[in-house]
Design a protein around this ligand. Sequence first.
Ligand code: URA
Ligand code: CA
Length: 436
Amino acid sequence: MAFRMVDLIEKKRNGLELSKEEISFIIKGYTDGTIPDYQMSAFSMAVFFQDMTAAERAELTMAMVHSGDVIDLSAIEGIKVDKHSTGGVGDTTTLVLGPLVASVGVPVAKMSGRGLGHTGGTIDKLESVKGFHVEIEKEEFIDLVNKNKLAVIGQSGNLTPADKKLYALRDVTATVNSIPLIASSIMSKKIAAGADAICLDVKTGAGAFMKTLDASRELAEAMVQIGNNVGRKTMAVISDMSQPLGYAIGNALEVKEAIDTLKGHGPEDLTELCLTLGSHMVYLAGKAESTDRAREMLQEVIDNGKALETFKIFLSSQGGDASVVDQTDLLPKAKFITELPAKESGYVAEITADSIGTAAMLLGAGRATKDSEIDLAVGLVLRKKIGDKVEAGESLVTIYSNTEEVDDVIKKLDENIKLSPNEVKAPTLIYEIITE
Ligand code: URA
Ligand code: CA
């Protein structure tokens, strides 16, 4: 059916609900260029002020899913559960969760990108392992998941072009920060990538996209509702990103941290978040009758070494040198190591996550633009987390760099790690779990 875009903008501007047909018309027209940017800008602003109903959000998500290719993973046995994090600093969960849940039989068919950010994406991190590559054919990818329960492939094809175009438009029209638009954007990408069920890790705090618990909860609830309304079982964890997760921020450094965690001696917060997200993934995949039972199963495969073994098989199946798992000093190494000592004794009160991420980026761990080179060896390792006691002179952070001159990094860290003379409580790691 043909509509006039101007009428649909007006309808939304007046706070009325759009039909499925009207929403498909908008997304099709915007994708093929028959609806111009200026009308889509006005529409996005109308959504920003008038919001969308649950039905509209679900229709918008599915219209964006169908704007491009939809990955068919039906040749993979079992329920494909995907995990998505709304971004953070030093978030190593994907590297741990893949082998962890694969070890109890959950198929993990991960399509991943490089992207921008403080550190590289999952693929960049994995490329710290010599020989590892994600340039595999789709058939091989599916065979590997069926055989090993875990494989990673680079992003290919034309997934959610409507979202790509709309996200770029929102970026320059002050309409990024709209719950229905963010939620449909994220969910459309997961669904187009073939997920049957989705576990969301919505971060909250200084290093997160959503800085307050209320805003994070609103986004989490919106995404869970969309997922469940379009037939993808979806749950969300709201987790802390006031300080970086774990200790390591950097590509090879995070691979080592993931290996430590799979061996059962990773950082406490990273381990706990992985067990929580992992147990929900296992439960949604139908591999355990409860999340409590799922958690026991995951603890078991850490304790008996199976999770580590799965990681090795995964790496070598995609050309990687799996001996790094037992000898982590084979990972890329930075030339210079500098400690940042505490100037006074006290308790760590703040380690502002986004600024610590910026410091890692100054070292070259991340990409500022699409074409920047990434240095896999460099990064930061926190020696203390919020709430820890420190003595004057004790190291707060170890800086791994490939240049001798790290004054700007030290300045950034100095400004963003704050000590208090009084005891400080460690922040809550997991605020809420939203299942419907
Ligand atoms: N991340 C996305 O993928 N989409 C948004 O709209 C915001 C953050
Ligand atoms: Ca980390």
